[in-house]
Ligand binder design. Structure first.
Ligand code: BV8
Ligand code: ZN
Length: 258
């Protein structure tokens, strides 16, 4: 490890250690080492489609079976994945000190699984403090496109979305699509956390999708610091107080301590 990287890790560790309030924003890069494909990586996500073409209400209206098949494929993939050391490090950070709020753009539920596993390992009964605000929803829940009834996702192989038992409308995954508004309570809490934070730790996100991508900017504008962990550069990199280039599964355990 070069001296420069060591110095950056020491600087990031000091910033996080001195902070009273920390907000963490994660993106698909944090789940990459668990085997969950990212949205905009070289491997892309699925066949020749770009997420912006499938993760929209228009795509679902136009071809519900195709969109449903994409989510069923992702659900199957995620079911085979486990949290990686990056998820566990963030769960420990939230369980071992006050003032830490996790926010994720990911819909894969891996932060929740890491929270439960770390709470068990630490012997703390309540994993709740390490449950993230899921600003883009959760893929393991279905939501009725008619009456918005939410249920646990239905396994099953039938082509096309199942029908709601209450109103017979097609079910859809309980995620936020492009062009759809986020739950104002959830994104509002995330934005307040970013404004209050002494540091925003932003990991594994291309920082392209708003309003989530705006969280680090809120912390900076309110006088806080930003620590970025990413294998590449993003629109946040230049403004970050410290930017650490490398896999989040390796770097996060080094800087969150515990
Ligand atoms: C909204 C859930 C108000 C679904 C997702 C024109 C018309 C309509 C809207 C817009 C428009 N122009 C702009 C907008 C707003 C739009 C937007 O920002 N578009 C972008 C593309 C320009 N936003 C919205 O539509 C949002 N709603 O604004 O409502 C509104 C309403 C009506 C009209 C206008 C506005 C809703 C956005 C939510 C979309 N849903 N997902 C699903 O998952 O299927 S977004 C999707 O992208 C995922 O949630 C993902 O989390 C998110 C961001 O991607 P990343 O997580 O960052 O992943 P990505 O692959 O991009 O990057 C991975 C990063 O990790 C890379 O930097 C890589 O270097 C790094 N990495 C890789 N491996 C590692 C690593 N880092 C560390 N370690 C590693 N090992
Ligand atoms: Zn319904």
């Amino acid at each position: 490890m070069t001296t420069d990287v060591q110095e950056r890790i020491a600087h990031a560790t000091a910033i996080l250690g001195e902070a009273r309030r920390v907000v963490v924003l994660t993106g698909a890069g944090v789940s990459a080492e668990s085997g969950v494909p990212t949205f905009r990586g070289e491997r892309g996500l699925w066949r020749s489609y770009r997420p912006e073409e499938l993760a929209t209400p228009e795509a679902f209206r136009r071809d519900p079976a195709l969109v449903w098949e994409w989510y069923q494929w992702r659900r199957g993939l995620i079911a085979e994945c486990a949290p990686n050391p990056g998820h566990h490090a963030l769960a420990r950070l939230a369980l071992q000190r006050d003032g830490v709020i996790l926010v994720t753009q990911n819909v894969d539920g891996l932060h929740h699984r890491a929270a439960r596993e770390e709470a068990g390992r630490l012997g703390t009964a309540d994993p709740e403090p390490a449950f993230p605000l899921e600003v883009h929803g959760a893929i393991h829940r279905d939501r009725c496109s008619g009456c918005s009834r939410v249920t646990d996702a239905t396994p099953g192989e039938e082509p096309g979305p199942p029908r709601c038992v209450s109103c017979a409308s097609p079910l859809r995954p309980d995620v936020v699509w492009f062009g759809e508004s986020l739950d104002p309570t959830v994104i509002g809490a995330a934005q307040q956390a970013a404004l209050d934070a002494d540091v925003c730790l932003v990991a594994g996100t291309s920082a392209l999708v708003y309003p989530a991508a705006g969280l680090p900017e809120l912390t900076l504008r309110a006088g806080g610091a930003v620590v970025e962990v990413n294998v590449g550069s993003t629109p946040v990199t230049d403004a970050a107080t410290v930017s650490l280039h490398g896999p989040s599964g390796e770097i996060l355990p080094l800087i969150v301590g515990g």
